[in-house]
Each structure stands twice: as structure tokens, then as C-alpha cells.
Design a binder for this molecule. Structure first.
Ligand code: SAM
Length: 253
């Protein structure tokens, strides 16, 4: 395939046009997961303890994800799970510790893809005990930003272990059609965007989620430097934000 044809097939994440380095400049330095959540008002001593807990469980979760992927013959997913980078691990820590510290009843995630982040979110909910649940939204034919599909015959979040599925719901379809309707009447404690990273789509999801987010609830977005959406959103709502690698985090006052 020629380069031009390949580019034409890329999902619109790559066609939105331009990256947004200004956010990196305007963000007050890059944070750690714990530093970011503490700056947004969560109690630091508890966060530090939860970070130790994350370090104890992360190795096992990564290994289990890699093992499940390998057993299913998805070497790429296995390699991704096993070859974790420092920045993606810090992102997982942000999600895990947020769930443990907030003790949410409802966590919402868009774009679970294979389900690596979903597994960390669900494991944290399980540690909380109680009735916390995760609702994740993806399209049936899930593809990552490089157009890599999930394995044939699988649903998005297929890596989520069986024993965590009792608190998990997958909503299939474009979030433009599904998100608002599914969240009607719900109160969200933690929202995590990782679906389509165009300005328009991110702003759409942030708006819908923000309306449903409780006071003190947390909004996390991956890939906030792809476009100005996250920066614009936090400015319009006059809320502080922090960023950890490629992720942004803010909290509803
Ligand atoms: C970058 S991947 C997410 C990676 C994943 N969160 C992880 O932890 O590995 C983006 C995901 O968003 C999904 N997606 C893209 N556009 C979407 C849309 N309009 N509605 C719902 N999901 C979408 C894709 O199918 C894909 O699964």
C-alpha cells in the first residue's frame, strides 16, 4: 500500500490536523500521578500508600494481561502489556489510585480497546469492595490510533479477566450515539477519555461527562497534546488541570 493510501485509511485521530504543544508549555510542569492528584486536593498520605499498593499489584496485572493475550495468539497485545513504558505505567497508576482514593460507584471509560486500562480500573474497584462498576464504551470493530484492530472474533476489552466482569459493562457503538443516552440519570465519579482524539470528539465527550460528573469527581483524558480540546475545556470551566505524560487530569469543583 502506498503511503498516501495508508494515510487515507488512518482513523481521524491522525486527520484532526495538528498537535497542541502550547498545553505542554501552559501546564505547570509535568507531574507524577500522585503529585497531580494531590495538587487537585486528594489527601497525599493516602495517595502515597495507594501508590505502594499499585506497585505491588501492577507487575501481576501486566503479566496476567500478557499471558491472556499470548494464549489468544495476540503477540502484539502481549508485547504491549509486557513491555510497559514508564509513562504508560504512570497513567495506569493515575487511574488505579484515583479509583482507590475516590471509591467511586460509577467509573466511565471511552475507548477500552484490548482492555488494559479497564483491567486496572476494575481491579481497583474490586479492591474497594462495595458495588462500584465500570461502564466502557467502544465500537465493535475497535482499532487503535495506528489502525491496529483487536483480534478477530473478540469484543473490545476482551483482556478483562473473567473474575472482574461482574462489575463491568461494555456499551458498543460510536459514543456520539451512545454516551449521552447511556449516562442519562447516572452520576459519574470518574470519567476517562481514550477514544477518538479529535478536538470535536474530545470536547463532545468532556461536555457530556462533565454534566454527569459529581462535584469532586475526576476527569482524565489521554493524549491531551493532540489538540487544544482539554486545555480549552479546562479554561472554559476555570478548573485547574495537571498532566502526567500524555494524560491530563482535572476535577469538578
Ligand atoms: C487509542 S485506543 C485506546 C487504548 C486503550 N484505552 C488502552 O488502554 O490500551 C482508542 C479506542 O477508541 C475507540 N474509538 C475510537 N473512536 C470511537 C468512537 N467514536 N466511539 C467509541 N469508541 C471509539 C477505538 O475503537 C479504540 O478501541
Amino acid at each position: 500500500m502506498t503511503l498516501a493510501r495508508k494515510a487515507a485509511r488512518l482513523p481521524s485521530i491522525a486527520r484532526d490536523g495538528w498537535r497542541y504543544p502550547a498545553l505542554r508549555v501552559r501546564a505547570r510542569g509535568e507531574d507524577t500521578a500522585i503529585g497531580a492528584l494531590a495538587a487537585l486536593g486528594l489527601p497525599e498520605p493516602e495517595l502515597r500508600e495507594l501508590a505502594h499498593e499499585f506497585e505491588r499489584v501492577a507487575q501481576r496485572l501486566y503479566e496476567e494481561l500478557a499471558e491472556t493475550a499470548r494464549e489468544a495468539g495476540d503477540e502484539l497485545a502481549a508485547t504491549r502489556a509486557a513491555g510497559r513504558s514508564a509513562s504508560s505505567e504512570e497513567g495506569k497508576k493515575l487511574l488505579y489510585v484515583s479509583v482507590r482514593a475516590l471509591r467511586p460507584r460509577l467509573v466511565v471509560e471511552t475507548g477500552p480497546f484490548n482492555g488494559a486500562s479497564s483491567t486496572f480500573l476494575l481491579h481497583a474497584l474490586e479492591e474497594n469492595g462495595g458495588d462500584g462498576r465500570l461502564v466502557s464504551f467502544d465500537v465493535l470493530d475497535a482499532r487503535d490510533a495506528l489502525d491496529v484492530p483487536i483480534p478477530e472474533g473478540r469484543e473490545p476489552a476482551w483482556l478483562v479477566p473473567h473474575e472482574l466482569r461482574h462489575r463491568f459493562e461494555l456499551v458498543l457503538g460510536d459514543t456520539r450515539q451512545t454516551l449521552r443516552r447511556r449516562l442519562e440519570g447516572e452520576t459519574v465519579d470518574l470519567f476517562f477519555h481514550d477514544s477518538l482524539h479529535t478536538t470535536r470528539h474530545m470536547l463532545f465527550e468532556f461536555r457530556v461527562a462533565w454534566r454527569r460528573l459529581r462535584r469532586g469527581g475526576v476527569l482524565v483524558s489521554d493524549d491531551v497534546f493532540w489538540n487544544p480540546a482539554f486545555w480549552l475545556f479546562t479554561r472554559v470551566h476555570r478548573v485547574p488541570f495537571r498532566h502526567i505524560g500524555t494524560m491530563g487530569v482535572t476535577r469538578k469543583p
